[in-house]
Structure formats: C-alpha cells, structure tokens
Design a protein around this ligand. Structure first.
Ligand code: KG4
Ligand code: ZN
Length: 344
C-alpha cells in the first residue's frame, strides 16, 4: 500500500510516498521509499539565528502543495493510488503543525482517503525501520533532537514508554546554542560535529548532562551555562579561547553523558533488550553514533541508526509510522487538531 506522509512540525516541509506491506508473519514492513521530498527553511531562519515560528508557518503554506505534488510525481503515482495519508499531528510548533494537518485533512477528505495522525517522535523511531526493515520491537530507543532527549522502551511501533528524558533543554538546542555563540551558522549542530575533530576533548572540564543518580534523566542547562561562562570570562580578560577545543570538550561531555545513561538504561529499566536504536536529528552526530556503536559492541547488542538523511525531519519516517498506526486501526476525521505537546 502507498502511504503519503506529510511533515511540518518545525522548519522542514516534507512529503513522501512510502510503499508498505505486511510481511510473511503479518507484521507491517517496508517495501520501498518511493519519494522523500524535504524543503528546508534553514536559510530563512539563519538570518535570525533560530526558528521564527510565524515565518515557519508561512513558509510551510508556500511549500506544502508543491512538495506534495513533487512527492507523488517522483513516486510515479496519483492520489487515486494512495491508501492512507499520514500526517505529523504532534509535538512541534503549533502554527507549523497546523499547516500540515489542515492540508492533509483536506486532501484525505476530498479524495476519500483514510487519514492517520502521527506522533513526530514515533516517526523518528520508524526511520530505524526504514533503515533496517527486518527490525522488530521490542527495543530501547534513544531519541536526540532539537526538542527531545529521551529514552523509550518501544513495545511495538505504536506503543512507547518513556523511561527517561531531559528535564530542561534538549541535546540539539544545547548544540545549537553554543554553535551560535561561537559564530557558527544556524543550526550549529552539524558544524560543531566537524569542528570537534580539530580540538582537544579534554581541554575544558564541563558539567555532565547526565543527572546524578540512578534515573535516566538529563539536564543540559548547567552545561550550556558553564560553556557560556567560559566564553564570557575569556572575553572579559581579553583572551580568545580555541573554538575547536570548546567544540571538542562540549561534544565529548555530551557524548559521555549520553553513553553513561544509555549504559545505565541497558542495566536497569531496559535490561535484557537486544537492540538499541538511535534516532532524531542529533542522531546524525558522528561522535554520538560511534560512541553508542562501541557501547553496543561491548555489550553484544545490535545497534541501529538511520542514515543521516533519515535522521533529520522527513516525511518518509512519518509515512512508515503512519502505516503502523493504520494497521492498528488509528484513523482521524476532519476534527483532527494539532498539538504542541508530546501527549494528546
Ligand atoms: O529532529 P530534528 O531534525 O528536528 C526536531 O525534531 O527537533 O533535529 C534538529 C536538530 C538541530 O538541533 C540540529 O542542530 C541537530 O538536530 N543536528 C545535529 C547534527 N545534525 C543535526 N546535532 C549534532 N550533530 C549533527 N551532526
Ligand atoms: Zn524531529
């Protein structure tokens, strides 16, 4: 079945056609990603150093119809071939989400196609299925993005139990903030990733984002403040600190914190799982990818992380998650609303 996926939760307008089927054991499985068009607004928001919600909504409105047409064309199908429209309904920027939700509602209603609302985070995790179609829950997922840093026990692709999360900022926000302060273009995450290779990861000692104790929570605000203080104090003294050393130390501290809590999760609440999935926009970070890969190798468990183009926001992941929901019977009608929060 062809699923048309739609994503507009933040600063990417995306539409995709994914062909899904039911495997020999009856469980849903990917057949092919037929198209995955992503229109990024990054250049626009870069002028302001971050996402401006009002501008994001307007840009989604301008792009959504064209992007959807491109996704269908590239897949070589028409709306008559689409078995379900899957749309991100939460969480995200409310004005941005509403563009995708209203467009998908109209499309589904006018063409009598079932409409399926999708949780953006479930979408990020479904990207792991696009990567490895034989991947079957249960597994532990660590989702690192611009809005989330969380652990989930994934019972099946529609049933998630959060077992740890950040208490303040998300990992992506922490990367972007320091990136901006040291003069990287928005979003700073990818630029810091590269710069970190040129510096000394032990140059600065920074507070870990792993919250002390046995729980699986994070806090990035102390780390962010400590890095900002370092920069400000150096400026006041008329000194310049090495941006590469700061990028390396900051990245090292974040990676160590994530590894520490993932290791703890695998020994406690996620004990016995045989697969770890890394997902979300920050899953593109090469340092996090290799550190978690090493951890899984040491523990003898399978490690799955989507290719970089499937880590950032895209509609193929929403289409896949939408099919899992569709098979479960999830449907929405024209009363569907968007929600900024994780839970609706
Ligand atoms: O999942 P995503 O595309 O959007 C949200 O759902 O939030 O994640 C965006 C985040 C941004 O903070 C961006 O800087 C970060 O992912 N990011 C990275 C890298 N590539 C993207 N962070 C660190 N290293 C990267 N290579
Ligand atoms: Zn995302």
């Amino acid at each position: 079945m062809y699923v048309l996926g739609m994503e507009s939760s933040c600063d990417e307008t995306s539409a995709a056609v994914v062909e899904m089927t039911d495997g020999s054991d009856g469980t849903p499985a990917l057949r092919a990603i037929k198209s995955n068009i992503v229109a990024s607004q990054i250049e626009t928001h870069r002028l302001y150093g971050g996402v401006v919600p009002e501008i994001a909504s307007r840009a989604h409105i301008e792009a959504v119809s064209r992007i959807t047409g491109e996704a269908l064309d590239e897949a070589g199908i028409t709306l008559a071939d689409v078995g379900a429209v899957a749309v991100t309904s939460h969480p995200g920027l409310i004005g941005a989400l509403l563009v995708g939700v209203n467009f998908a509602k109209s499309l589904a209603y006018a063409n009598s196609i079932p409409l399926v609302p999708v949780n953006h985070i479930h979408g990020h995790v479904a990207a792991a299925h696009l990567q490895e179609p034989d991947l079957k829950p249960p597994f532990l997922a660590v989702v690192v993005s611009g809005g989330h840093t969380s652990f989930y026990m994934v019972e099946d692709y529609t049933t998630f139990t959060e077992i740890g999360a950040t208490r303040d900022d998300a990992c992506g926000e922490a990367f972007d903030k320091i990136g901006r302060v040291i003069g990287m273009p928005y979003p700073g995450g990818a630029a810091l990733d590269k710069l970190a290779y040129e510096g000394d990861p032990k140059a600065f000692t920074l507070p870990s984002p792993a919250v002390k104790g046995d729980d699986l929570d994070f806090s990035f605000s102390g780390l962010k403040t400590a890095a900002l203080n370092l920069i400000n104090q150096a400026e006041q003294k008329g000194e310049t600190i090495s941006r590469a050393d700061l990028a390396a130390s900051y990245t090292h501290t974040i990676v160590q914190g994530i590894v520490q809590k993932t290791d703890k999760a695998l020994s406690t609440k996620a004990k016995g799982v045989t697969t770890l999935v890394l997902a979300g926009g920050v899953a593109a970070n090469s340092h996090i990818r290799s550190a978690l890969s090493r951890l899984c190798e040491k523990r003898g468990i399978r490690f799955i992380v989507p290719d970089r183009h499937l880590c950032g926001d895209n509609a193929a992941m929403i289409a896949a998650a939408g099919y899992f929901e569709y098979r479960k019977g999830t449907r929405a009608d024209t009363s569907l609303n968007a929600s900024a929060s994780d839970y609706v």
